[in-house]
Design a protein around this ligand. Structure first.
Ligand code: FMN
Length: 190
């Protein structure tokens, strides 16, 4: 069911590195994003798949995880096994902020596809874009917009109602991550 999948589709920041994601499976996630509605149907997004171990660890070193928490994530030896770097191709159309809506839609489709296939990950907006561009040898026309980290999660994330509007995510004493969401009542404008 869609609601079940949406609940399962949390941000995961610790992974079992012994479980790889086959390239064709990653391409399947991108194929799902490919058919999404798109601003003016221009479809300027291109995707760089990163699975080669040295590239994955190089990209990882230029990403910032759970800045609100005072712990190193992902923990040593529990990093993602793949990244998908969502890029805007300026040869198709010049970048404009309106296309960030497409980035969001397509990225969520990829994360949901991963969740459905038994994987998980985290969208990383806080990334050293220029460094990542250099590591991956991206053409100047490709502007990275969002980095999607993927793997087989080995942590528990609990979805809960935000109490008194407090949306700060946190880890409890058992290392369980909690993701508070505003209630339906709180978000309906009357
Ligand atoms: C566009 C976007 C960018 C994000 N960037 C980061 C990031 O740079 N680092 C990180 O650890 N989490 C990042 N996140 C994950 C959020 O912190 C996460 O969605 C939030 O804590 C709620 O948890 P949930 O995804 O399980 O609902 C990002 C999420 C989105 C949608």
């Amino acid at each position: 069911m869609l609601n079940e999948l949406l609940r399962k589709n949390r941000s995961y920041r610790s992974f079992d590195t012994s479980v790889k994601i086959p390239e064709e499976v990653l391409l399947g996630f991108i194929d799902n994003a490919r058919i999404a509605s798109a601003t003016m149907n221009l479809q300027p997004l291109k995707y760089r798949v990163v699975t080669e171990e040295s590239e994955v660890s190089a990209v990882l070193s230029h990403t910032r995880w759970a800045a609100a928490l005072d712990i190193k994530l992902p923990p040593e030896g529990h990093g993602p096994v793949a990244f998908i770097v969502v890029c805007h191709d300026t040869e198709i159309t010049p970048f404009k902020p309106i296309f960030l809506k497409d980035v969001g839609i397509c990225s969520e489709i990829i994360m949901l596809s991963a969740a459905e296939a038994g994987y998980g990950g985290c969208m990383i907006g806080s990334a050293g874009i220029e460094k990542i561009r250099e590591i991956l040898g991206l053409a100047p026309s490709l502007e990275p917009q969002l980095v999607l980290a993927l793997g087989k999660p080995d942590e528990v994330v609990i979805l809960e109602d935000a109490e008194g509007g407090n949306v700060k995510y946190y880890r409890d004493g058992k290392g369980v991550h909690h993701a508070p969401k505003r209630t339906l009542e709180d978000i309906i404008v009357k």
